[in-house]
Structures are given as C-alpha cells and as structure tokens.
Design a protein around this ligand. Sequence first.
Ligand SMILES: Nc1ncnc2c1ncn2[C@@H]1O[C@H](COP(=O)(O)OP(=O)(O)OP(=O)(O)O)[C@@H](O)[C@H]1O
Ligand SMILES: [Mg+2]
Length: 329
Amino acid sequence: MSEIDAQKTSSAREQFLSAKNGLLKHLVGLEPLVDRLLIALLSKGHILIEGPPGVAKTRTIKLFSQALDVSFVRIQATPDLLPADITGTDIYQQQSGEFTFLPGPLFNNIILVDEVNRAPPKVQSALLEAMGEHQISTGGITRKLDEPFLVAATQNPIEHEGTYPLPEAQLDRFMFFVNIELPNVEHERQILDQVLSEQSGDEDKTFSAQTCDKNTVIAARQEVAGVFLSEAVRDYIVRIVGATRGYGAGGIHTENISQPASPRASINIAIAAQAAAWLDGRDHVDPNDIASLAPEILCGRISLDYKARAKGLTNRSIIQDIIRATPRV
Ligand SMILES: Nc1ncnc2c1ncn2[C@@H]1O[C@H](COP(=O)(O)OP(=O)(O)OP(=O)(O)O)[C@@H](O)[C@H]1O
Ligand SMILES: [Mg+2]
C-alpha cells in the first residue's frame, strides 16, 4: 500500500469512528446497535430492529443520518399504505400533456420504516424488492436508488393485532435482526439526565458536527471489500451456516429447524465481518468477528417447528447453541 493510500485509509476510518463517538454521546447503552448500523452501511445491508416503544429506535436512526450528512425519511407503515406511496408515482402534467415521475420516499439515503409489519403485503414486497435490488421498477422503467441506501425497519415483537408478518421467504433481504431491550436502572438515569438537559437547552439535541459524507462511505466500502478472509475463516462461516442444516459438529437442535439458513446468510456473515474488521483497524477477519456477528445475522433467517417453542427454544438460543458447538478450526 502506498503512503497516499495509507493516509486515505486512516481518514475514512477516522471519520467513521468520529461519527460513532458522536452518536454514542447522545445514545445511552446503544453501542451494539450503532455498530450494526455502521456495518450495514459499509456492506450495503439493511437492518430490522425489534423492541418495545420508547427505547430510542427513531432517535438512533435520525441521529445516524445526521452524523452521515445524508438524506433521511421516516415512513410510518399503516394498513392503507400503497406501494406507490413509497416507490413514487407518475403524475399527469396538464400543461405538457405528459406523465412525469414523482419519486417516493424510497429515493432517500436512510429510510426508517416504523412498524413495518403494519404495512400490507404488496407494500412490504415493494420495499423488500427495493432493498434487494437497490432499484425500483414502475411503469416499465427501472430507476437506480441513490447510494448509500439503507433501510432500518422497526417492529414491536409483542403486538400482533392488525399486523402482517413479514414474509419469511423475503426476510433475508435484511442483513441484521437486532433486538433492543429496555435499559437498566443506571442507563435509565443517564437517559433521563440527557433528555432533561437537552430540553433545558444545555445540550444540543442535534448532531452539530458533520463527520462523514457520501463520498467517504463509498471510499470506505472499497477498502472494506479488500479486507482479507482466510480459507480457515471461510470454512468456519460455512460450518456455522451448514449446522443449521444439520451438517457437522455444530448441528444440534436441527430436528427443530424447519427452514435452515441459505447461502445468502454465509455471504452476509462474510461481508459484515469484513466491515467489522475494517472498523476495528484490521486488514483481516478473525473467527471472533464471525462468532460475534453470526447470531444477529442468522436469527431472522431460520424458522423453527412448533416443538421447538414447546421446549422453550428460540431462534436466538438455537443459533447461540450452534455457535458454541461449532469448532473454530
Ligand atoms: N438509550 C437512550 N439514549 C438516549 N435517549 C433515549 C434512550 N432511550 C430512550 N431515550 C429517549 O426516549 C424518548 C423516546 O425515544 P424514541 O422516540 O426514539 O423511541 P422509539 O423507540 O422510536 O419509540 P416508538 O416505538 O414509540 O416509536 C426520546 O426522548 C429519547 O431521547
Ligand atoms: Mg419511533
């Protein structure tokens, strides 16, 4: 690597780290979520966040887009939403007698879709297609979405009334499935202090310093793609994913897995691990990256049979057991 390249490397990474530190000043106890967002951004991934109301899901995504200086939009999913409400629509122009395309909210960089499971299936499928292809086709014309394009969708794990569960077959358009829990007492106190001082005007609520722009993201992605994945690490990924299909020493509980993980899971683990290693300042992925990222990548990609639930097993617990049982070398 030339000296100029080395300088570029450190500056893109330094900008990412400074964005992260800025975010953590405003988000108590949410470092794992911020890390997942940065990794998803670096690897063209999307993120599904589950959690109860009021745990700063909206605040995190809003601040994240401010830290990146990219466009942000929030879509509240409701049962009467139409696909054109998110993709855009052709509008008839009386003067010219022609139709012109009015882009919908998906033509932004960071898209927060709140309560995604309240959107009807056609809207979900338009969203998931855009997430997979990074483009939108309407009226026979395909339009590319601007990069970076990151969808962060939320859903409440408890409330099911009036919801349309996301189609299992398309859930793997998301890279990460993150669960946010209620804060502990110590964090709750810090949150309270922070919000009160923001309200009294002592602390700036918004992200004042812009630390990362689009070009930095694009440059960083190129560096991430160059992070080394050894044969041994590749084998380890395939062993974990294969274990969900019953192969190898890690294949426990597989009699309860009705739908195992697909190759898209392996690919997502590999590219997320490259991004995590890059953020950590390494030029290679190590097995710890895989073991720590795999649970939140795999847990939304497998389905269990009813016997598993009767035994008290969950997607998360099964994946954790598989990772514990899978040899690293
Ligand atoms: N970990 C946290 N760090 C900082 N602020 C927090 C944290 N948790 C909650 N808050 C504060 O709680 C309030 C609710 O946050 P927010 O609206 O982002 O929650 P939400 O998860 O999006 O809720 P909902 O599901 O109802 O949309 C905000 O004022 C936010 O500042
Ligand atoms: Mg919210």
